[in-house]
Ligand binder design. Structure first.
Ligand code: OSB
Ligand code: MG
Length: 370
């Protein structure tokens, strides 16, 4: 197949509520919607890089340039059929996994639309609905955090993740644990600690957490392995795992006992599946992380999380937890039992609401084949 034209839409969408992590607070979320035209079909992908380079070094402005000036020109006018061929064509660009993943998602959507298969079918997903939870940002106080957790439990979420940072860790987590003794609960530090100040986290080990996510720096597998040795609770890596090789090395040195998989962070759905398979072989559970995606990325996350080794609930919440106005016609809702249905139409299984896209577009470019 060939790409005849690729459009990029830089979107800025207002979140339902501000989202605060150890690297900052946002009330709007940027992303790039990738729109591919091929042989009469239109396919979509979402690049998850945000406006600021806080979670990773990539941001929407860098991803825009990498897509427009390097990745898309390398694909226009070229024949490629398999995900492997696709990866080979863009392999000359070092790093920049989120930019690559946005385009790769559109490729999977196109392959699915051509063959009439859903992404879940193409990947070999074994479930038609997946277990999900909610990721809650840092709140004004432990008291308001407990209230917010209670609100999400009332909505039906069965697993909660709370964001922590130095000074807002043990007291907040203890407050939630005291109020909800049986709640499946986990915390995410987004790299806010160093081995030197990480003893502040030791009391978390008695709070019966599912896992502690990414306490230390993203490029610091070794110190994570030293920290894991001090904890009974599983450490889980997010930012540190950018490839299957990182996953293998992290497991070899016992730097974590669970992995958060995000297709955006690892350069695409193909790489995400490869990490899933490696962890499955080694008996290491994985779960699907989220990046506050629109319905486009959410559909891809649901398909990925339908693979069998996604053993823990994902950070994949209902549409109304994120956006009042999403860009897909489909709105994802929570089922009884804290699950969300996996789309089953061809490709990602979503339809774009182009009026909604226009309302939130801040920049647009159209790149035709010659
Ligand atoms: O660290 O998992 C993270 C959102 C943006 C960037 C990083 C992270 C997150 C979340 C939200 O935790 C997960 C979601 O999409 O609900
Ligand atoms: Mg995380």
């Amino acid at each position: 197949m060939k790409f005849d034209r690729v459009n990029l839409h830089h979107l800025r969408m207002t979140l339902q509520t501000p989202f605060e992590t150890s690297f900052g607070s946002i009330d709007t979320r940027d992303c790039i919607l990738v729109e591919v035209f091929s042989d009469g079909l239109v396919a979509y992908g979402e690049c998850a890089a945000d406006r600021d380079p806080g979670y990773s070094y990539e941001c929407s402005a860098t991803a825009w340039i990498i897509l427009k000036d390097f990745l898309i020109p390398a694909l226009l006018d070229q024949e490629f059929d398999s995900p492997t061929q696709f990866d080979q064509r863009i392999g000359f660009v070092r790093g920049n996994p989120m930019a690559k993943a946005g385009l790769e998602m559109a490729f999977w959507d196109l392959v699915g639309k051509r063959s009439g298969k859903s992404l879940r079918e193409m990947l070999g997903g074994t479930r038609d609905r997946v277990a999900v939870g909610v990721s809650i940002g840092i709140q004004d106080s432990p008291h308001s955090l407990v209230e917010t957790v209670g609100d999400y439990l009332d909505q039906g979420y069965g697993r909660v993740k709370i964001k922590i940072k130095p000074g807002r860790d043990v007291t907040d987590t203890q407050a939630v644990r005291e109020k909800f003794p049986d709640l499946p609960l986990q915390v995410d530090a987004n790299s806010a600690y160093t081995l030197e100040n990480s003893s502040a986290l030791l009391p978390l080990d008695t709070l019966d957490l599912l896992l502690i996510e990414q306490p230390l720096a993203e490029d610091d597998l070794w110190d994570h392995s030293r920290l894991q040795a001090q904890f009974k609770t599983a450490l889980c890596l997010d930012e540190s795992i950018l490839s299957k090789r990182h996953a293998r090395q992290a497991l070899e040195m016992d730097a974590c006992r669970v992995i958060n998989i995000k297709a955006g962070r690892v350069g695409g759905i193909g790489q995400a599946r490869a990490i899933h398979d490696l962890c499955q072989e080694q008996g290491i559970p994985v779960w699907c992380g989220g990046m506050l995606e629109t319905g486009v990325g959410r559909a891809a996350n649901l398909a990925l999380a339908s693979l069998p080794n996604f053993k823990l609930p994902g950070d994949i919440s209902a549409t109304d937890r994120y956006y009042a106005q999403d860009i897909t016609q489909e709105r994802f809702t929570l089922n009884q039992g804290s699950t969300i249905n996996v789309p089953d139409s061809p490709g990602l299984g979503i339809t774009i609401d182009m009026d909604a896209v226009k309302n939130v577009t801040i920049q647009h470019v159209s790149l035709p084949a010659k």
